[in-house]
Design a protein around this ligand. Sequence first.
Ligand SMILES: Cc1ncc(COP(=O)(O)O)c(C=O)c1O
Length: 340
Amino acid sequence: MIPCGGTLPRTSTQRRRFVHWAALCFPAIQENRITTIQCLSGTGSLRVGGEFLAKHYHQHIIYIPKPTWGNHPKVFTSAGLSVEYYRYYDPASRGLDFQGLLEDLGAAPSGAIVLLHACAHNPTGVDPTTEQWEHIRQLIRSKQLLPFFDSAYQGFASGSLDADAHPVRMFVADGGECLIAQSYAKNLGLYGERVGALSIVCKSADVASKVESQVKLVVRPMYSNPPIHGASIVATILKNSEMYNEWTIELKGMADRIISMRHQLYDALQARGTPGDWSHIIKQIGMFTFTGLNTEQVAFMTKEYHIYMTSDGRISMAGLSSKTVPHLADAIHAAVTRAA
Ligand SMILES: Cc1ncc(COP(=O)(O)O)c(C=O)c1O
C-alpha cells in the first residue's frame, strides 16, 4: 500500500517510527488484503475508485465535504455515483465545523461512501485534529459507512509523510475496508507525468483478489494501461534509501517554506493594521489558505492589483515568495478597508 511505502530504517528514530507504522499497516499488507492499481494521478485514482464502486458496491451515495476540491462532484457524478454534502467548514471560526460534520455523517444512510481529504484539505486548509479523526473513524465504522481517502498532498501538511498518512493508517489499522486515492503530482513534482495509485483495503485476501480483477476490468476499456515513465521515477525513489531520504528532506523544505509564507503574510497584515482576525492564515495547513475574502474583494484585488485567485478567496501559499508577500498584503489591506 503506497501510503506505507518507504525504505528500511537506518537511525533509531527512523526505526521507532518504522516499528510504529509497520505495526499498524503490515497486517493488511502481510495478509494480502490490499489491492493497489496504478492510475492516472489523483484524479484518475478517484475516478477508477468511483466507477468500481458504482459497478460493484451496493450503496451509490457518496458524501463529500462542503466545500471541497471543485472536481470532486464532477468526478463522482461522471463515475455514476450520487453526490451529497456533509458540513465541513465553519466560515465564522474559519475552522472545522466538527459538530455539523458529525451530525451530517451521523444522518447518512448505512453503507454510504464518505470522501475524506487525508490531509491539507483543499480549499480550506483546515484538517481535523487526531482526536477529531478518531471520533470520525468511530462514527464511520459504527454506521458502516465506507471511507474513501483522497491523498493529494501527503507530506505537504506537516512536512512528514508519516504524520500526514496518520488518518489513513488509523482506518487501515482497525481492520475495516477503505479506499485511498494517492497522487504523486505535488509531493514528487510529477504533475505532468500523471502518477497515482488507487488502493482498496479489503477484509480478506480472497476479496482483495476479486476486487483486483474487477478494478482491472474498469481500467481496461477506459485507458487500457497507465504510462510507465513517471511510475518508474517513483519506484526508483521509493526503493533507494538515499533517494528516499533526499526526497523527504526536500519535501520538508517545501512544507517549511509554505509555513514561513503563512507567517510572513500574517505579519505583513498585522504590520499594516488590517482590520479583522487573520490568525487562520497561520492555523490552516497545506498549500492553500482560505482567506475569508469575499467575491467582491477578490474581484477588486484582481482589477486593481493584478492578483489572481479563485473567487472563493483561496490562495496558493506555494505560489508566494518573500518578494511578493508585501504586494499581496497591500492588496488584501486595500480590499478589506475599502469594503469596510
Ligand atoms: C483534493 C485534491 N484531490 C485530487 C487532486 C487531483 O490531483 P492530480 O493532479 O494528481 O490528479 C487535487 C488536485 O488539485 C486536489 O486538490
